[in-house]
Structures are given as structure tokens and as C-alpha cells.
Design a protein around this ligand. Structure first.
Ligand code: PLP
Length: 465
């Protein structure tokens, strides 16, 4: 009797929350009408690599929230670090003042970054870090005698954020169209999708060389005196994980040096262990001028981002010139305290080493799916993978827009979730399933992902094959 009564109460509370979600919560990047006949999934709790919804159902967090929850859920040490800091100093901006956590975190990050990237400008998230990098690039060139350098290059299908500058740098026309005109002066170069290489499809090195050389072509076309920076992710997320071909970044660095164009490594996803290193640039052995990062810096226990610039870029700002830029919550005391505690755990538990030791097993487990007719390609590095779905494996024929809509929005996303796997089915390029689990995952979680994907993708094939 008592149990039934409490279940009734729980049902009533859930129903009220559902109604309030429909009436008031504007979910990001969401077709709100899709919840007319579906429940809004409401996640109430997390533990390790698992999430629990308002009905008590368990899901494997196959996307680390949104490429964020590196250490997994329920880390009380991070919660306690936040509470301690909030109790001591709840807020202080870093506008002409400092607080110890911001200072210590900036110093600590500079020990992880490659080369002389020693100047840390905190933001509240990734898009703000991208904005900051573009503004810095423009002002730096104005201060150093090249005032016409202001344009930015980025890659096709790459996502760099939603604010008007970051969206302008983004290479996804459908996301941009409703908000045009955006900030002018950004241009696209090819990405490193080797599976669909338009040239040198049998030779990754030659393809990488070609893709990098297209950057030089774009700089020449735009006019070298007008180009300030290129924004590249170590592994491009959007489109479904495009790692760099061998030699790609080395050639990009040469081109950037030749034309005096700043290389911005947008590591909003790739930093903090996603690729088994603190920064992706370290994994692929290249030297950026700026790194943008966010997400995993706190494992999501508080919001924080950073734009980390080289000593050379900072130099004019150390001589009385002001970077007229800032965010109220950039470098928040609580967020920086959490970041420090997060990085303590990274070091104590050897999180990067754990990813390095297990990434081959993750890859091998996902590659088992290649025996399914719908799985065209499995690609990625570290704990960061995309599985491209195709209509015909032999010809790599992809699905039509209508089939994609039916397959991804209409079936896959819900079916994977219903089967206990939270991840993302994405068709911003070719249709892909994206996987980026917490970095604490091991073989049992890899197997669980593979088994759920196997059964749901088999069902998906029956619907469209
Ligand atoms: N840059 C990259 C490469 C990203 O993946 C993202 C977000 O996923 C951003 C920038 C924007 O970050 P945020 O959503 O924190 O503004």
C-alpha cells in the first residue's frame, strides 16, 4: 500500500515535470514539436558512466553528456571542491582583479600546453573561446603593423559555436542560413574526410598534403595580407570524426608560417583526455598559436572555457595595449576550483594513460560493427568515434535527405536511447552515430555500446535497406 502510494506520487511529480518542460523549457538545437508525441527525456542522476532518468531507467552515457563528462558522474570530490569555493568566495570577476584559483589554473594549464602557449584568457564556454581567439587575432595584427589581416579560414562541415562570430567560422550552411548576414570574412577549406576523399583516396599522406595545400590556395585567393587565422580541430567532430592524415598538421604549420597566418587549434572537444593527451596538438605533434578549450576542463561540474595564446601574441598586450574583451563569468572562482580538482584527479588516476591503454580495445570493439550492411566506416582516435551509416557499402552511397530524416530523427535517436544508450545520431554531414564516452570506460562499456548499436542498427537497416 505504502509502495503504491509513493509510486503514484512519483508518477504525479513526473507528469508535472513533463508538462512544465513542454510549456517552458526551450531546449537547445531541438525540434520542440518532436515532443508532441514523445516524452521529454528527463535525466535526474548520474553515476560513473551511467545516467538515470526520471523513471529510474539506466543509460550508458555514450557521449559524455556533450563531449564533457571526462571523469564520469557522481564525483563527490568535484562537488566538494565547488562547495568549498562557493563558501569562501562565491564570485569575483577577473576584470583587473584576480583570485587564487584563476591564477593557479592559468599557471597549471601553461605547463600542459605545447611550446610557449603561456597566456590563459578564461571564458565561460567554447564559443566564447573561439570569439576571443578571432578578436585577439584581429587586434594582434592591428598592433603589429598588419592591420588588414582579419579574415578567418575554417573547414567544411566543422562546428565552432553559435555566437555570430563563431557561427560565421562554422562550416555548416544550414545552421547559418537563418541568421545571415553573419560576421563577414570567413572562408572554408576542405576537411580531412579520407573515407570520402575527392582525390588521393588510396593514399592518406598524399590526401593530407592535398587538403593542407588547399589552405595555401585559399590564402592566395583571399590575399595573404587579409588572412589572420585558420581554425582547425585536431579531430573534426562534425561530419563524424575526421582525424588528421599523417603529415597534415605539419604541412599546415609550414603554410601558416609562410603566410603569417595564426593556427588556432579548436580543442573544445579534443582537449583534456579525449584523445589520451591534455591537448590534441600534443597527440599529433604540432604547434598552434592559440588553443581554444572548454567542456572537459571541469568534466562538466561547472562551466568554463579558455583561450590560450602564445607569448608572441601576448607581447603587444604586455606593453600597455588593452584587449577590450571579457565575460562576467569567465574564470569564475567555483569553475576554476572545479577545474583544478578535475586535473588533480586526471593526474592521480592517470586518465590520459587509461585512454591510451584502452583506445585500441575501443576501436576494435566498434570495428566489429563493420560486418553490418549499414555500417560504412568506423573512424576516430582516443575515446572519440564516428560510425558512418551508408545505403551501399561497396559504392559508399549515402541516404537521401528524406531517408536520413526517417532514419536518424524518426528512428535511430529514440531507438538507441530506448535500448539504453545515450549518444548522438547526426546528419550535419553524412549520417553518423557519434560516440565519446567518459574516459573511465573500459571493455564492459565498449561491449555494451557495441551490442546496443548492433541490435538497433540491424533494425534500422530493415527499415531503410
Ligand atoms: N568549438 C568546437 C570544436 C565545439 O565542438 C563546440 C561545441 O561543441 C564549440 C566550439 C562551442 O562550444 P560551446 O557550446 O561551449 O559554446
Amino acid at each position: 500500500m505504502a509502495i503504491d502510494a509513493s509510486l503514484d506520487l512519483q508518477d504525479t511529480a513526473n507528469a508535472a515535470l513533463q508538462q512544465a518542460a513542454r510549456d517552458h523549457l526551450w531546449m537547445h538545437f531541438t525540434n520542440m514539436a518532436s515532443y508532441d508525441d514523445h516524452e521529454v527525456p528527463i535525466i535526474v542522476r548520474g553515476e560513473g558512466a551511467y545516467l538515470y532518468d526520471s523513471h529510474g531507467r539506466r543509460y550508458l552515457d555514450g557521449l559524455a553528456g556533450l563531449f564533457v563528462s571526462q571523469l564520469g558522474h557522481g564525483r563527490t570530490e568535484l562537488a566538494e571542491a565547488a562547495a568549498r569555493q562557493a563558501g569562501q568566495l562565491g564570485f569575483m570577476p577577473i576584470w583587473s582583479y584576480a583570485h587564487p584559483n584563476a591564477v593557479e589554473l592559468a599557471q597549471r594549464l601553461s605547463t600542459y600546453t605545447p611550446g610557449d602557449l603561456n597566456r590563459v584568457f578564461f571564458t565561460s564556454g567554447g564559443g566564447e573561446a573561439v570569439e576571443s581567439a578571432w578578436k585577439l587575432a584581429k587586434q594582434y595584427f592591428k598592433l603589429t603593423g598588419k592591420p588588414t589581416k582579419h579574415k578567418v579560414l575554417s573547414r567544411s562541415i566543422a562546428y565552432h559555436g553559435t555566437t555570430q562570430g563563431a557561427l560565421s567560422i562554422t562550416g555548416l550552411p544550414d545552421l547559418k542560413m537563418p541568421y545571415e548576414p553573419l560576421v563577414p570574412s570567413t572562408f572554408r577549406v576542405p576537411n580531412t574526410n579520407f573515407y570520402r576523399a575527392p582525390i588521393h583516396g588510396d593514399d592518406p599522406e598524399a590526401f593530407g598534403r592535398w587538403a593542407a595545400d588547399q589552405i595555401a590556395v585559399a590564402i592566395e585567393n583571399e590575399g595573404p595580407d587579409s588572412v589572420a587565422a585558420i581554425f582547425l580541430e585536431p579531430v573534426q567532430n562534425s561530419g563524424g570524426c575526421f582525424p588528421p592524415p599523417p603529415g597534415y598538421f605539419q604541412r599546415v604549420r609550414e603554410i601558416c608560417d609562410e603566410y603569417d597566418v595564426l593556427l588556432v587549434s579548436d580543442e573544445v572537444i579534443c582537449a583534456f583526455g579525449r584523445l589520451g593527451h591534455m591537448f590534441g596538438a600534443e597527440r599529433y605533434g604540432y604547434q598552434p598559436d592559440i588553443i581554444t578549450c572548454a567542456k572537459g576542463i571541469t568534466s562538466g561540474y561547472a562551466p568554463l572555457g579558455a583561450m590560450i595564446a602564445s607569448d608572441k601574441l601576448f607581447e603587444p598586450f604586455g606593453k600597455g595595449n588593452v584587449f577590450y574583451h571579457g565575460y562576467t563569468f569567465g574564470g569564475h572562482p567555483v569553475s576554476t576550483a572545479v577545474a583544478m580538482a578535475n586535473l588533480d584527479i586526471f593526474e592521480r588516476e592517470g586518465i590520459n594513460e587509461h585512454v591510451q591503454a584502452n583506445e585500441a580495445a575501443f576501436r576494435q570493439t566498434l570495428e566489429k560493427l563493420l560486418d553490418l550492411p549499414i555500417v560504412g566506416h568506423v573512424r576516430g582516435d582516443g575515446y572519440f568515434y564516428g560510425i558512418e551509416l551508408v545505403k551501399d557499402k561497396a559504392t559508399k552511397e549515402t541516404f537521401t535527405e528524406e531517408e536520413c530524416e526517417h532514419l536518424l530523427a524518426g528512428f535511430l535517436s529514440h531507438a538507441l536511447f530506448d535500448a539504453g544508450l545515450y549518444c548522438r545520431a547526426d546528419d550535419r554531414g553524412e549520417p553518423v552515430v557519434q560516440l565519446a564516452p567518459p574516459l573511465i570506460c573500459e571493455q564492459p562499456q565498449f561491449d555494451e555500446m557495441e551490442q546496443i548499436l548492433r541490435s538497433v542498427l540491424t533494425e534500422a537497416w530493415k527499415r531503410v535497406g
